[in-house]
Design a protein around this ligand. Structure first.
Ligand code: DX5
Ligand code: ZN
Length: 227
């Protein structure tokens, strides 16, 4: 893997009263520009927290040209995921643990013009979802239990990242490998070494004095650790 690492700041750690402006902070030019903006949708059922939904995503799409990476931590994504694709989200990720018919979801998301993402929680084995993943564009490996920002990185999940990387590099799988949870200047290198392509970072970007500089610094660290 030799391509430029992708950095996706999570607006879960941004100021929810000023989301449009908070996205502009990582939408400058050059190294400080985010590659994607990660939007955490939580329903207080699949996870014990509640954030935002489709109306907010529709409004964000009007104020940014950065690709929106919508991470749906919700029950019944079979019913709700399609709306995010139709609205214009770049990538729509559903949870393998919540999806009833993940292959149909992926087909519908792609037909609506979005990339299809499948996420697995820290305790969910990769092997159980390999067949389904053939229909997906991105694999989001959770490195914390989904629900809250600012938690500690669970390094055990890097085994799944390495396995996915091997399958991609040997042509058995065609997904972009994304990681989410506890990514910061201390943890990003080990994730990059394991083979992650896209790094979600919430508190490490929006908790920084200069979020744009944090994006650039994280990308540099990941690029140096890649092999
Ligand atoms: C957690 C969310 C993450 C969260 C990451 O359930 O899916 O996207 O924003 O936050 P940090 O980077 O602070 O762990
Ligand atoms: Zn997320």
């Amino acid at each position: 893997m030799a391509h430029r690492p992708l950095i996706a700041p999570s607006i879960l750690s941004a100021d929810f009263a000023r989301l449009g402006e908070e996205i502009q902070v990582v939408a400058g030019q050059g190294d400080t520009r985010a590659d994607w903006v990660h939007v955490d949708v939580m329903d207080a059922h699949f996870v014990p927290n509640l954030t935002l939904g489709l109306p907010v995503v529709q409004s964000l799409l009007k104020v940014t040209d950065l690709p929106l990476d919508c991470h749906l931590m919700i029950e019944n994504p079979d019913r709700w995921a399609i709306g995010y694709a139709e609205a214009g989200a770049y990538n729509v990720t559903v949870h393998a643990e919540a999806a009833k018919d993940p292959v149909k979801i992926a087909k519908d998301l792609r037909a609506a013009g979005a990339k299809a993402g499948l996420s697995i929680k820290p305790g969910t084995p990769l092997e159980d979802h390999l067949e389904v993943l053939k229909h997906y564009d991105t694999l989001l490996v959770m490195s914390v239990e989904p629900g809250f920002g600012g938690q500690s990185f669970i390094a055990d999940v890097l085994g799944k990242v390495r396995a996915a990387r091997r399958l991609v590099d040997t042509g058995h799988l065609n997904v972009l490998v994304e990681i989410d949870g506890g990514i910061n200047a201390e943890t990003i290198e080990q994730a990059a070494e394991a083979g992650v392509d896209c790094f979600v970072a919430g508190s490490a970007v929006y908790g920084a004095a200069d979020p744009g500089k944090a994006v650039a610094a994280l990308r540099d660290l990941a690029a140096q650790a890649q092999h």
